[in-house]
Design a protein around this ligand. Structure first.
Ligand SMILES: [Zn+2]
Length: 280
């Protein structure tokens, strides 16, 4: 029986993938990838993501203001977000969240060049507003969290949450908080970066997360897997950085099945159900 794959979190519209788009589409179809959540991270990206969803029926669009983009949002960002969500009935709300690591970067770090970095209080305000909108429209939020797990739990506990639940993508939080997040409706997406030795304890979490809340992601073009796990290599980006091919989702499924000691053929239909419950 062929296995159907679903990528719960990536960025197909990013420049690093654009030159390879036609080949990637062919590879995804040949591999059996049936659904992909493509996350726009600021207002400028939303129309690009919406156009991709029109072109490819397997693209689930998601629109949000990422914590890295929160400081540069337009004055009317929230009405703009509501409008793009209302005209895309299947769309989720993401990528949104909290990032405390960002606040530690030096202003001359090229990763924050040209950005006004929003302090945590402002990130929280932007995140909570988007969560409330997701709850009102019952859309799936895709959450990014780095070094702000307590703050994330506070917001989730107090804010209205969508009935369908929410995704914490690439969950890298503490093991002891999983129960709290799960009670509030969390789903968790596994990616290949968690196999790196420095993420050993995070990887361990994915052995125990309830199967009904498990998803799988690439975060492509980010997080390219190392060595033989990179079954779909792409040339490096213009800046020399390695690029993750979205068809590596198949490798992520295989690795998660190995980690949980279940056959891929058993795991994949469970993930398929979870994907549809959360993303429609
Ligand atoms: Zn992402």
């Amino acid at each position: 029986m062929p296995v159907n794959f679903y990528d719960a979190h990536q960025h197909f519209h990013f420049d690093q993938l654009t030159p390879h788009r036609a080949a990637i589409v062919r590879d995804l179809q040949a591999a059996g990838v049936k659904g992909v959540v493509v996350n726009g991270t600021n207002e400028d990206e939303w129309p690009v993501v919406a156009a991709l969803a029109k072109e490819f029926p397997w693209v689930v669009p998601s629109f949000g203001v990422h914590p890295w983009d929160a400081g540069n949002r337009a004055a009317d960002w929230l009405p703009q977000l509501r409008a793009v969500l209302e005209s895309n009935p299947r769309a989720g709300v993401g990528e949104i969240g909290l990032d405390r690591w960002l606040l530690e970067l030096k202003p001359d770090d090229p990763r924050v060049a040209g950005l006004r970095v929003a302090p945590l209080a402002e990130q929280t305000e932007v995140f909570a507003a988007q969560l409330a909108l997701a709850a009102e429209l019952n859309r799936a939020p895709s959450i990014h969290c780095v070094q702000a797990w307590g703050a994330l739990h506070e917001v989730l506990k107090q804010a209205p949450r969508p009935a369908r639940g929410f995704l914490i993508h690439g969950y890298a939080g503490p093991a002891e908080m999983i129960r709290n997040f799960t009670e509030l409706g969390a789903h968790y997406s596994f990616n290949l970066q968690l196999l790196e030795p420095r993420h050993k304890s995070r990887l361990e979490n994915f052995r125990h997360i309830p199967v009904k809340r498990l998803l799988v992601e690439t975060d492509a073009p980010a997080k390219p897997p190392a060595g033989e796990l990179n079954r779909f290599p792409l040339p490096p980006a213009a800046d020399g950085s390695a690029v993750n091919h979205p068809a590596n989702i198949t490798v992520a499924y295989e690795q998660l099945a190995i980690l949980r000691h279940v056959p891929l053929e058993t795991l994949a239909p469970q993930i398929e159900q979870n994907f549809h419950r959360l993303f429609g």
